[in-house]
Write a protein of this length. Structure first.
Length: 128
């Protein structure tokens, strides 16, 4: 396995279906993959447009599923080497990211991340 990675993960459309400001249904494979990543020592940053109480609910979603967050909308170590507000990570998993595999769920208005394909890529790259 390669070095431990910092992985920025979006929430709406990535971990859950788009229902903002509510929390949508969990996207299949998200929790299992995120748990596997943290179990192997990778650091997860929740990287979301949510703020305030809406962000608190997203953070609780991770806590309830025993997915440890290393950072919330920031990389805790980055202030030591930059003042940039852009979150630094090695990998970004986001339904809006070019190249991130997505899928459509019947009846949904927006696509979501295809975690089966994400996991396959992570395994191929030696991250998982």
């Amino acid at each position: 396995m390669n070095d431990k990675k910092i992985i920025a993960v979006d929430f709406d459309g990535t971990c859950v279906e788009h229902e903002y400001p509510a929390i949508g249904f969990e996207v299949d494979g998200a929790v299992e993959t995120l748990q596997a990543l943290t179990k192997q020592g990778h650091k997860i940053i929740l990287y979301s447009m949510r703020s305030g109480e809406k962000l608190d609910k997203a953070v609780k979603w991770f806590k309830d599923r025993k997915v440890e967050l290393w950072g919330i909308n920031k990389n805790p170590e980055q202030k030591a080497w930059t003042d940039s507000p852009k979150v630094y990570a090695d990998i970004y998993i986001d339904d809006a990211a070019l190249g991130c595999p997505i899928m459509f769920i019947d009846g949904a208005k927006h696509p979501v991340v295809d975690w089966a394909k994400v996991r396959t890529q992570l395994e191929y790259d030696g991250v998982l």
